[in-house]
Design a protein around this ligand. Structure first.
Ligand code: SF4
Length: 321
């Protein structure tokens, strides 16, 4: 009994204020601990490996597909640690990977899990031949039917068939490039005699285990195009790292949550434009006073315009200066 009481001690000692809630006609005291308690209940380090460490001259295929300026910052600055939400997202993604990979391994019997790719890339740099490595891991390769399977976990399952080509490109374009490049690499190394022809992207909704498949047709020339593109990006990044020169920003929908945004002018610009304050009053002011705006930006911060301040004062019945 004492042990059981001890288990609740932490909750009783929580800083949050208790509330009395009427439950079935009886007043019960409840305390809601709203702050994320994940680190207390889950070992978030469980799937952490040295795999994502940053080593000059070794670049991940998947990271090369996203903003290179963000990748560069990770080699040159101590970025803030990932927050609990990001770590939790990574953790749940890994749980799903592990679950699906175990099942495929047990049922197909020919699935190689986490098949590594290490692409040795030699080129001339300042007159000298140098080598860098492009690395990655394929989630599953079925060596019997010569098929590559890649798992993507998401929190909201789209209705792919009804999305426009443009939306599809935004949502899954990077997945497609990744699997085509991986297949190209395998077909020119381990599977050169009997190449992979089938590719499936397994899309998993983390919240309810709804799983959809995207079957990708493998075409050599298209895969080669993307493979060359990734290599060119790796070369550019390597040059920027060696010369301590910032790569061009590639602003995108992830800038808002990017851990480098505080160091990135373009990302901050985009973030601030998304954060532009909006209210009933500012909407009213702008609709009545076109083309005047309610806010302007200075030193990265949104400030009320004189016209909008006067408008607000007038609204309050205070004469503006
Ligand atoms: S904020 Fe956007 S543009 Fe800037 S580094 Fe991050 S992802 Fe790249």
């Amino acid at each position: 009994m004492v042990k059981e009481l001890d288990e609740f001690k932490e909750v009783w000692e929580a800083e949050e204020e208790a509330r009395i809630v009427n439950i079935g006609g009886i007043d019960v005291e409840l305390t809601f601990v709203e702050e994320n308690q994940v680190a207390k209940y889950i070992d978030l380090d469980k799937f952490e490996t040295g795999w994502h460490e940053f080593r000059e001259g070794e670049y991940h295929f998947s990271a090369l597909l996203y903003c290179l300026k963000h990748y560069w910052f990770q080699f040159n600055h101590k970025l803030p640690k990932k927050d609990l939400i990001s770590r939790g997202t990574f953790y749940t993604g890994n749980l799903w990977h592990r679950e699906i990979q175990d099942h495929r391994e047990n049922t197909s019997g020919f699935s190689v899990i986490e098949r590594p790719l290490i692409d040795e890339f030699k080129f001339f740099y300042d007159g000298e031949e140098i080598t860098i490595f492009l690395v990655g891991k394929a989630d599953m390769v079925d060596i019997k039917v010569h098929k590559l399977e890649d798992i993507k976990t998401i929190s909201f399952m789209p209705d792919f068939s009804n999305l426009s080509g443009e939306r599809l490109e935004q949502k899954i374009g990077k997945y497609i490039i990744q699997v085509l490049v991986y297949t190209f690499y395998f077909n020119h190394t381990y599977f050169s005699i009997d190449p992979i022809e089938r590719i499936t992207i397994i899309v998993v909704n983390k919240t309810n285990a709804y799983i959809k498949e995207i079957l990708v047709k493998y075409e050599e020339e298209k895969a080669l195009f993307f493979y060359k593109k990734i290599r060119a990006r790796a070369k550019y990044l390597h040059d920027c790292i060696l010369k301590k020169k910032m790569p061009n920003a590639e602003t995108n929908q992830y800038c808002y949550n990017c851990t480098s945004v505080g160091l990135c002018e373009e990302g901050m610009e985009l973030k601030m434009s998304l954060e532009r304050p909006l209210s009933f009053e500012s909407n009213l002011f702008e609709s009545k006073n076109k083309p005047h705006k309610a806010y302007y930006k200075r030193d990265g911060e949104w400030k009320q315009t004189k016209g909008f301040i006067a408008f607000l004062e007038k609204q309050k019945g205070v004469k503006s200066k």
